[in-house]
Design a protein around this ligand. Structure first.
Ligand SMILES: [Zn+2]
Ligand SMILES: [Zn+2]
Length: 445
């Protein structure tokens, strides 16, 4: 996941029905349980960081992590799950009916940049959280079960979690928890953008540009018209919309009328429904090129990731544990229900459309040049012990969140009701970046 920046949005309503009681016993047991795993988690974290593997090629990480989970008491492990070589599932079941809480374990790195997105830290936080949750089930005879999903291929639009969703891996799972490192903020209320890729091809008719141009149909002209129409469209888009376009085939030779031209457009929006609107507007620009020139247009739409919709009851639980753990790091988690908007996309977004989700951002000590994710500087920062210790703190807060769900009868129903309301609101487009800015006529000149 890439982090280009963020905007804070204030929403007035406060989360209800969150157990405000925090059993000191649970908190200190989670803390101690994760600290007791320090040495083994550090060596796993270090190995993954030092052996970066690309999307769907996480063979070493898959072997290392599934072997480790097999060595843990009473966990059932499935390797190469759901027809994906590097996907895996580990389950700890109390045997008593109750909620199924889950954590996603990302493992993939970036081409030429290694673990510059810090997925080694995501794996560490989720493993720590899963193991501590199982330990709490064991000690306190809690109901329900905990699942760890080894989710391959998040980078490059691979969508490993989408494949797992479609294969039915999350059937019967009630909540999904994950985290992502950065250097800017600590927040469990992270919203990311939805994106799609549109590939446009124009088919015209070749002709000699000097001899008989009137016989030709210029595919490149069609593409140039589309490119300019998209550029003009940008003036009327929402501040949160992003459209990027490039020409991938600009014709054959300057002395001919071009029979073929092609381009690619990537669009991002605040929600899946806004993305659909934007897609229609861009498609209209493509049609304009075809209409003006007579070339035939073919558009291939590759759906990317949905926006991430965080569950604020789960997020309140996370915040509670984060704030109670000793040595509170900067920056503080924003008060109340402020969203942290990240101009990036993740397949955890698709998970959040299927069940209540938290994708907690956490700040690690920055590198020498304060590089953001996907920079060599961040790759270095994500391998340090300081970063690892932040991931352990995240693991403790995520475990606390899961344990709240398991130990509080009825809480899961309230979390699901909230999720349904959030989904309805998203469909109705009631969440917007504009609504909080308080623009009135005096501000416009
Ligand atoms: Zn990334
Ligand atoms: Zn990432």
């Amino acid at each position: 996941m890439e982090e280009d920046g963020f905007v804070l949005i204030f929403r007035s309503e406060c989360p209800e029905n969150v157990p405000q009681d925090v059993s000191e016993e649970y908190l200190s047991e989670i803390d101690k349980s994760i600290e007791s795993l320090w040495a083994s988690l550090w060596s796993l974290n270090k190995f993954i960081h030092e052996n970066p593997e690309l999307a769907f090629e996480e063979h070493k990480a898959h072997e290392l992590l599934t072997n480790f989970m097999r060595s843990q008491k009473d966990w059932k492990v499935t390797t190469s799950a759901y027809a994906m070589e590097t996907a895996w599932v580990a389950v700890y079941d109390s045997g008593k009916e109750g909620p199924a809480v889950s954590f996603n374990v990302e493992m993939d790195a970036l081409p030429d940049l290694g673990h510059a997105c810090g997925h080694n830290l995501i794996a560490t936080a989720s493993l720590a959280a899963g193991l501590a949750t199982a330990e709490m089930i064991r000690r306190h005879e809690l109901p329900g079960k905990v699942l760890l999903f080894g989710t391959p291929g998040e980078e490059g639009g691979g969508g490993g979690k989408i494949r797992l969703l479609e294969a039915g891996a999350y059937e019967g799972v009630d909540i999904s928890l994950i985290s992502h490192p950065g250097i800017s903020h600590n927040s469990p209320l992270v919203r990311t953008t939805a994106f799609a890729r549109l590939e446009i091809e124009y088919f015209g008719r070749a002709a000699h540009a000097a001899n008989s141009p009137w016989l030709g149909i210029n595919a490149l002209d069609a593409l140039v018209i589309a490119y300019n129409a998209v550029a003009v469209l940008r003036q009327q888009t929402m501040p949160s919309d992003v459209i990027g376009m490039r020409i991938t085939n600009g014709g054959a030779a300057p002395n001919i009328i071009h029979a073929y031209a092609a381009g690619v457009c990537v669009i991002r929006a605040i929600s899946a429904s806004r993305l659909k609107e934007l897609q229609q507007k861009v498609s209209a620009c493509f049609r304009a090129g075809a209409e003006a020139t007579g070339a035939r247009a073919e558009v291939k739409i590759i759906q990317g990731y949905a926006d991430h919709v965080p569950n604020h009851i789960l997020a309140a639980s996370y915040t509670k544990y984060w704030n109670l753990l000793p040595d509170l790091p900067d920056p503080l988690i924003p008060c109340g229900d402020q969203f942290t908007w990240v101009n990036a996309s993740t397949d955890q977004g698709n998970i959040s459309y299927a069940m209540p989700s938290v994708n907690a951002s956490f700040a690690i000590p920055p590198g020498l040049h304060a590089g953001q994710p996907h920079s060599p500087d961040f790759e270095e920062a994500s391998g340090t012990q300081g970063a690892f210790m932040r991931a352990l703190r995240v693991g403790k807060a995520l475990a606390g969140t899961a344990v709240d769900v398991l130990r509080s009868p009825g809480l899961i129903d309230k979390i699901k009701d909230q999720w349904k309301r959030d989904m309805d609101a998203i469909k109705k487009q009631t969440i917007s970046t504009v609504e909080s800015k308080g623009i009135d006529d005096d501000d416009i000149d």
